[in-house]
Design a protein around this ligand. Sequence first.
Ligand code: C5P
Length: 300
Amino acid sequence: MSATLDPSTRLLTEAAHAKINLYLHVTGKRADGYHLLDSLVVFAGAGDRLRYEPGPEPLHLELAGRFGATLGADAAGPDNLVMKAAAALRAASAPTAHIQGGRLVLEKELPVASGIGGGSADAAAALRLLSRAWQANVPEETLLQIAEKLGADVPVCMASQAARMEGIGEHLSAAPMLPACGMVLVNCGQAVSTPDVFRKRDGAFRERAVLPAGWSDAQSMVADLVKLDNSLEVPACMVCPPVRTVLTSLADQPECLLARMSGSGATCFALFPSSLAAQNAAGALAAAQPSWWVWGGGLV
Ligand code: C5P
């Protein structure tokens, strides 16, 4: 039976889509050192995948996929956000829950520590998948509290839908209506530490953006996005200079509307009028720079 048609397989598989910050303004800083943000977050078709095979053995995690093998054995241990999510969900589950052990397989197709929320999306996928599989019956509000404790980007990854993100990531509101567009993602292969990038900031704060209710086409969205920026792009270029080269290469592609870095980097994205234009640009970039991770397609 085909996996996509088997309801039990679907129940035990969850996509963890890449999170992209179309703009990201650092608007302030909390007393505990966390930064206040204003960001429009979207999700790309690219993503990791989490599979669960329930079994009698204690719950354990295996890493697979393009980037799974590059991570050491420790990466699949209790400190992995997927395992932390599982432990937090187990603790919050209703007494009626059917908690089981077994095998979780995380197919890592997104570069790690790269500004597109791979680990956060994985943690959110684990919360969604195990809630269903264990019939955990945890209220939505509690799930979001668990998500917030796991990391600033995990709450927005729970719904995996475009959203306006504020606070340190926990205040979510509806995104403007988004037009159809294509996206290319490029990562140069250098992992970037988020705290390092925040430390390199010049300390200035940006204002909260004023956004319309929606955009009818990609060009009008980009006309607004160019007035905004990613406050972490300049400090990320100090930590990881190849980001500059990636941005230039993206901007040079035919039909590219905007090239910008996502999150704290180093992954950069570019917007195109269509998925086809994005796929063409991705093909050209992958051929020109075989060592880069390149993806082209649409938003989810
Ligand atoms: O919450 P998360 O683990 O994703 O954050 C990693 C680090 O990034 C934090 O320890 C903090 O140094 C920095 N950070 C921040 N403000 C945010 C999110 C992250 O300063 N809103």
